[in-house]
Design a protein around this ligand. Structure first.
Ligand code: ADP
Ligand code: MG
Length: 247
């Protein structure tokens, strides 16, 4: 089994709403997979079911060949899975540096650093590397809440990388982000992908962003996969066009 992520027959309902319906897909090492679909098509529910935030009704999930159903989010992090949420998860009253350190402590803090509530030097060093990588150095000691929305989104994305993940799932990382920040984010994700072989699954509404970032795209509509292919194939797929036009 050489897939980084493998999802089989995943379903999740909320009462009468069948948010995710029998979804199956695989993600190969080093892939950048886009997950698109109209609002309410089940993208976030799919992520949250994969990542232990929601309990799926049916289905199997494997990460690097290991079954992870019912695994908690923190255990998934230890298996090398990072994620961002659709809503910002930064702590506004903490500095950029402390936000990144906290993200690292959550995932890989040593027993000692937890006991004494103080980050070890290694964690600070790693956080600084990540801050530099995401070009947030000039904001290192600013409160996260004082950053622009786009900068906070970038910080939020950076936090998912603190544990050195091999797979990162991003839920609308570009939402509400201006063009230059968007280009920065796209370029940083591509750098992670090419330099460290990090695999990505990205939910995003910004088509230009998805098309220029992803190697393959899966389209959800009403909880089910309706199309899968290269950006060019997806762009021209009539089912996709009609799903977006509500046809
Ligand atoms: P997307 O991320 O594609 O916009 P979601 O996964 O957020 O879609 O939502 C899919 C469907 O599930 C929607 O109809 C939404 O209203 C419903 N839904 C999502 N989360 C919940 C929840 N916690 N409780 C009830 N319904 C939900
Ligand atoms: Mg969503």
């Amino acid at each position: 089994m050489d897939h980084v992520l493998s999802v089989r027959n995943l379903s999740k309902s909320f009462g009468q709403i069948r948010a995710v319906r029998d979804v199956s897909f695989d993600v190969a090492p080093g892939e950048i997979l886009g997950l698109i679909g109209p609002n309410g098509s089940g993208k976030s529910t799919l992520f949250n079911s994969i990542l232990g935030q929601l309990r799926p009704d049916h289905g199997e999930i494997h990460v690097n060949g290991r079954q992870v159903n019912r695994m908690r989010a923190c255990d998934l992090a230890r298996l090398g899975v990072g994620r961002t949420f659709q809503m910002l998860q930064v702590f506004p009253k903490m500095t950029v540096l402390d936000n990144i350190i906290i993200a690292g402590q959550e995932h890989q803090g040593t027993m000692l650093s937890r006991l004494f509530g103080r980050p070890d030097a290694g964690l600070t060093e790693e956080a600084d590397k990540l801050i530099a990588f995401f070009r947030l150095g000039h904001l290192r000691d600013e409160l996260a809440g004082s950053l622009s929305y786009g900068q906070q989104k970038l910080l939020d994305a950076a936090m998912a990388f603190m544990a050195g993940p091999s797979l990162v799932l991003l839920d609308e990382p570009a939402g509400g982000v201006n063009l230059s920040m968007l280009e920065n984010l796209r370029e940083r994700l591509l750098a992670f992908n090419s330099e460290r072989g990090t695999t990505f699954v990205v939910i995003e509404h910004n088509m230009e962003f998805v098309m220029s970032l992803c190697t393959r795209i899966i389209v959800l509509a009403e909880g089910a996969i309706i199309a899968e292919g290269s950006p060019d194939e997806i762009r021209e797929n009539p089912d996709v066009i009609s799903a977006y036009l509500g046809g």
